[in-house]
Design a protein around this ligand. Structure first.
Ligand code: ZN
Length: 166
């Protein structure tokens, strides 16, 4: 599952040119021109509350952050519930909302939850460790795995010495 997610991320990362990504991330908050106006009118705000994410009565964390109306077919709603706003904030800061929208629309629905969870984890790790991100954790775990495999091989060899003594 992890390598699958890594594969998705790598193919996504290849599509992203770094400077383009940055400019999109910085402009994505302003890429919804009607959003502020929509939320400013009280009638629209009531509409957003009644047609909120998954019938919970409030817009999803993404739409709330981007100050736009959460439509019934909102691509973010199933994966960014309103009770966990930080998840979207981190993903938006690292990847940009418009990139995440594009990624989710390109994936089959059954792949989206894994992809979002992977993006959320990678965003968290990138904010904690801006240089290595989740690659730092992966290399530590790979090192531990190699160490444990060596220990296992050594233990098996020691055990094989006693096999015929019983
Ligand atoms: Zn939404």
């Amino acid at each position: 599952v992890f390598s699958f997610l890594l594969g998705i991320w790598i193919s996504f990362a290849r599509k992203l040119d770094r400077p383009i990504h940055r400019s999109m991330a910085s402009s994505s908050a302003s890429s919804f021109p009607g959003s502020v106006i929509t939320m400013a009118s009280s009638a629209a705000a009531v509409g957003a509350a009644s047609s909120g994410a998954a019938g919970t009565g409030s817009p999803c964390a993404a739409c709330k952050f981007l100050r736009r109306k959460c439509q019934p077919d909102c691509v973010f709603a199933p994966y960014f519930p309103p009770d966990n706003p930080q998840k979207f904030v981190h993903v938006h800061r690292v990847f940009g909302a418009s990139n995440v929208t594009k990624l989710l629309n390109e994936l089959n629905p059954y792949q989206r939850e894994d992809a979002v969870n992977s993006l959320a984890y990678e965003a968290d790790m990138r904010l904690r460790d801006p240089v290595y991100g989740c690659v730092g954790v992966i290399s530590v775990l790979q090192h531990q795995l190699r160490q444990l495999q060596q220990d296992l091989t050594r233990a098996r060899y020691e055990l094989s010495k006693y096999q015929f003594c019983i």
